[in-house]
Ligand binder design. Structure first.
Ligand SMILES: Nc1nc2c(ncn2[C@@H]2O[C@H](COP(=O)(O)OP(=O)(O)O)[C@@H](O)[C@H]2O)c(=O)[nH]1
Ligand SMILES: [Mg+2]
Length: 244
């Protein structure tokens, strides 16, 4: 059999409610595509039946692999999935599917400029946000401003939960990752820039989901602390090309 073209990596923590409709939609979408794709669900730390429910889906879909990761954190789950995956494109995808599944086509389309990393963006021209309370939008823009000023100038939306990596780029970057919590994508994008990888933002439709696991003030403080950690790591040469 051919290598699947696409791997979809879904980190899942206490997602027994949100994961089933997401998997239904992902498989309904993939069934209509003319390429091979695999889905990886990486569960860790759940107190609910996320893992068992995902395993139930895996009995129905042979292109679903469910992994239980012993360590904690979204960053660790995504890293595990990215390094287990094969395929040309590796897309991380939040379990709430706040981006409609059809938007995946934009990442694979021949109309999309060539990229090493394509990040879904709620800010790129043409993007649309639905149902988002104003305070959440403003909070998100403030966080993005901090990220642009402190570490990633020019990127308008680094925190959206959908990012697509080319295979070799994923192999190179994820083994260098040191942060396993919410800030992991900032670190990956920072390393990617240092290594000269080409990052593009893809405008998407995005639907606000109220059951977020993010605690905005607390997680923003952690993020700022993590940004300083990334700069310290960089000064110590931890991200240098020969270190991996
Ligand atoms: N495996 C795993 N996934 C996590 C963890 N924390 C968050 N996630 C996943 O990260 C994704 C984004 O979470 P969400 O609550 O929607 O955050 P938001 O969209 O940024 O508000 C979801 O798929 C969560 O299940 C974790 O510790 N482990
Ligand atoms: Mg979400």
């Amino acid at each position: 059999m051919n290598q699947p073209l696409l791997y979809i990596i879904i980190p899942a923590h206490n997602e027994e409610k949100r994961l089933p409709p997401t998997l239904e939609q992902v498989f309904a979408f993939l069934d209509q595509q003319n390429y091979e794709a695999e889905v990886l669900v990486i569960e860790n730390g759940s107190a609910d039946r996320t893992y068992e429910i995902a395993q139930g889906f895996a009995r129905q879909h042979k292109n679903l692999l469910v992994i239980r990761e012993a360590g904690r954190g979204k960053g660790l789950a995504v890293q595990r999935g990215m390094l287990e995956a094969h395929g040309e494109y590796r897309l991380m995808c939040d379990a709430d599917l706040s981006m409609p599944v059809e938007e995946i086509e934009k990442f694979l389309s021949s109309d999309t400029p060539k990229f090493d990393i394509a990040i879904a963006s709620r800010e790129a021209p043409g993007a649309r946000r639905y149902d988002e309370p104003r305070y959440r939008h403003l909070g998100g823009r403030l966080i993005n401003l901090i990220i642009r000023l402190l570490i990633l100038p020019g990127l308008q939306d680094t925190q959206c939960g959908f990012k697509c990596f080319r295979a070799q780029v994923a192999d190179d970057l994820f083994k260098r990752q040191t942060l396993m919590g919410w800030s992991f994508d900032i670190e990956l994008l920072f390393i990617a820039r240092r290594h000269g990888y080409h990052i593009i933002e893809i405008p998407i439709d995005w639907y606000y989901r109220s059951e977020s696991k993010v605690n905005a003030p607390r997680d923003a403080m952690h993020m700022i602390r993590d940004i300083f950690q990334i700069h310290r790591n960089a000064r110590r040469g931890i991200y240098n090309a020969d270190r991996a």
